[in-house]
Design a protein around this ligand. Structure first.
Ligand SMILES: Nc1ncnc2c1ncn2[C@@H]1O[C@H](COP(=O)(O)OP(=O)(O)O)[C@@H](O)[C@H]1O
Ligand SMILES: [Mg+2]
Length: 249
């Protein structure tokens, strides 16, 4: 803000306070919960979740009172760029919940065929890719697994699934009109232009999508065709002079 006051000629792509909104796993999904994107064809929502600020011993009661169904994905509340803030755990049974380490968000695990859709937003442009994700949890796992399973940097390790041989019902990308609407709405509500959305489709409920994560300025290098999209984006801002620094990496 100070810099911009001194250098008004500099274009601020996204305001810092809007970016901060995405540094907390509770506030990042608030806008999605308020969106009304559900139509006759599809539903877009967020998994049911609960924030635990402190006192791990209170978690089982809090979970029961909120009516959350196990297994639960435990995610550190604050996303601050450290690898620790991406250390997730999967909790299978109630008795193990006090072993978790607040502050955190507890989110219902949604079976989704092990495939996640990463939706990249660059201004008006939208690009979606498939990534491998956590495998589904079945009744057998639920009965036989106890405890907390640590998932260090699960999202970082996720390989591209764009060329994998998948069941077409699982591989099918979310419909383009839905993504366009989602991108437009979130861009407006978040007041941001450069972000991505992690989205899964519930297994067996082919039209129900869950948004589980939104990140600011993701690694665009993994997105096919990003050079052209960025060039167009910068051109749309009238910032031709930046093209050189982009092509220079
Ligand atoms: N509610 C959920 N149901 C099923 N899988 C999930 C859920 N939340 C997260 N995951 C899996 O864990 C990965 C990491 O979770 P995410 O919320 O994206 O955290 P990160 O900040 O580490 O990217 C996701 O990419 C997905 O594979
Ligand atoms: Mg993620």
């Amino acid at each position: 803000k100070d810099y911009h006051e001194v250098h008004p000629e500099v274009t601020v792509l996204d305001p810092p306070n809007a970016i901060e909104h995405l540094n907390n796993r509770q506030s990042m999904l608030e806008e999605v919960a308020d969106l009304n994107l559900s139509s006759f064809y599809e539903e877009v929502c967020t998994p049911r979740q609960l924030v635990i600020m402190k006192d791990p011993s209170s978690i089982p009661t809090a979970v029961a009172m909120a009516g959350l169904t196990l297994p639960l994905v435990a995610k550190p509340l604050v996303v601050d760029g450290t690898s620790k803030s991406h250390e997730l755990s999967l909790a299978y049974d109630e008795a193990s919940l006090p072993m978790l380490d607040p502050p955190l968000v507890l989110q219902e695990f949604v079976n989704h065929g092990g495939i996640l859709f990463k939706v990249y937003i660059i201004g008006e442009a939208i690009q979606v890719v498939r990534r491998f994700s956590l495998p589904d949890v079945n009744t057998y796992d639920l009965l036989n697994n106890v405890g907390i399973y640590r998932l260090p940097r699960v999202s970082c390790a996720a390989a591209s699934a764009d060329h994998a041989d998948l069941d077409p019902r699982i591989a099918e990308l979310p419909p383009r009109p839905l993504l366009e609407k989602l991108g437009r709405e979130l861009r407006g509500r978040l007041g941001l232009r450069l972000f991505n959305i992690d989205m899964i489709r519930e297994l067996g409920a082919n039209d129900r999508y869950y948004i589980i994560d939104i990140n600011y300025f993701p690694g665009y290098g993994k997105m096919p065709g990003y050079e052209h999209i960025f060039t167009d984006f910068l051109q749309s801002l009238g910032q031709n002079k930046y093209q050189r620094c982009l092509s220079g990496g």
